[in-house]
Design a protein around this ligand. Structure first.
Ligand code: PRF
Ligand code: ZN
Length: 377
């Protein structure tokens, strides 16, 4: 059979190694092999990298953002162009974040009520309102393969009482999102988001409440929000393995190569992070020998490739001396070549993880990375 007849939302686990899982998630735009790293394409573009290059380096799925695309160019405009896939010429899966997190992190002026969140646009100061129903309607217009529910990402340092009330509202918002797009209404999947801050019992409470609602996957939100790394790992280790076994698990906005390996070790299947693309534009590059700061004078006449163990276009064709030169000269190609490389590094990391889980050697892979990227805990 050449045609893919598996129903979107189907998640199959092929192998496990400890809590780490090797799986396949089927979406309307094809299958995703997990664990997977998802490049971030906030504005409907992964910064400085074309869809052609994204495919060449092995991106299976990319992210888009409800918040940004709603404000500009508008989800209805995108719907009129046939949806985000067609508009951006990306025919593989897309996951869209709900906008909740962006409102909380980008907007200083916002008002949260049971109904939703009111905010002012970072572009022109205009007033807007996101309700659970609204963010699902936007994500329907975008036509993403995986929609995220509206949640409140509770920052680090909020007290227990606030965190508890917030997670309960996040549950009610999640139910309203599901009601706005019940199971079986179409080909788009919807993931719930677990909150609960840095209290283990509140994380469990959030998990219990959310798993009462039938989502196609479950995400861990509210981590990597400014807390010390040991606090993040403590929650991740506690809650990761408790998420439903038969559904994909997504750790939102995390993290470094070691964070991703920690996530995989605790049963997480999906990751997104701006680190590779943002650092690429700042000249910080991830290599098999550790981090390279390409602006350093030591690379001025270094003819060797950035990473001799990398198969990306950048490493196959350019020297460190050249990469340093175009970075220093603030040339646009610098962002492109650096982003291609850093993304390839993260994609290769998850490819290696999949291979290691299949072979039962995931612990060895972690040791290999820990030898180069120093573990924090
Ligand atoms: N919620 C949503 N998106 C997110 C987060 C969250 O908690 C995070 C936290 N690291 C990143 N992106 N909706
Ligand atoms: Zn490379």
């Amino acid at each position: 059979m050449t045609e893919n007849t598996t129903k979107p939302g189907t998640f199959k686990i092929h192998a496990t190694d400890g809590n780490a899982r090797l799986g396949t998630l089927t979406t309307a735009h094809g299958d995703i092999e997990t664990p997977v790293y998802m490049p971030v394409g906030t504005q409907g573009t992964v910064k400085a990298v074309s869809p052609r290059d994204l495919k060449e380096i092995g991106s299976q799925i990319i992210l888009g953002n409800t918040y940004h695309l709603y404000l500009r160019p508008g989800d209805e405009l995108i719907a009129r162009r046939g949806g985000l896939h067609k508009f951006s010429n990306w025919d593989r899966p897309i996951l869209t974040d709900s906008g909740g997190f962006q409102v909380f992190s980008l907007e200083s002026i916002r008002k949260i009520t049971e109904q939703g969140v009111e905010f002012r646009s970072y572009l022109d100061g205009s007033k807007h309102f996101f309700s659970p129903e609204k963010v699902i309607s936007i994500q329907k217009n975008l036509g993403s393969d995986i929609m995220m529910v509206l949640d409140e990402c509770v920052g680090y340092g909020n007290d227990r009482e606030y965190t508890e009330r917030s997670l309960e509202m996040t549950t009610r918002w999640a139910q309203r999102c599901r009601d706005a797009y019940p199971v079986g209404s179409g080909d788009q999947l919807m993931f719930g988001i677990i909150q609960g801050g840095f209290h283990k019992d509140l994380r469990e409470k959030s998990l219990e409440q959310l798993t009462e609602i039938p989502f196609e996957g479950y995400a861990i939100g509210g981590l990597s929000v400014g807390e010390p790394i040991p606090d993040m790992y403590d929650i991740l280790r506690h809650i990761g393995p408790k998420l439903p076994q038969d559904k994909p698990r997504y750790l939102m906005g995390v993290g470094t190569p070691l964070d991703i390996l920690e996530g995989i070790a605790n049963g997480v299947d999906m990751f997104d992070c701006v680190l590779p693309t943002r650092n690429a534009r700042n000249g910080t590059l991830y290599t098999s020998q550790g981090k390279v700061n390409i602006k350093r004078a030591q690379y001025r006449e270094d003819d060797s490739p950035l990473d001799p163990n990398c198969d990306c276009y950048t490493c196959r064709n350019f020297s460190k001396a050249y990469l340093r030169h175009i970075y220093t000269a603030k040339e646009l190609l610098s962002s492109q070549l650096n982003s291609i490389h850093n993304l390839r590094f993260f994609l290769n990391l998850t490819e290696q993880a999949r291979e290691a889980i299949k072979n039962g050697t995931f612990a060895d892979l972690r040791k290999k990375y820990e030898a180069v990227y120093e573990p924090v805990v």
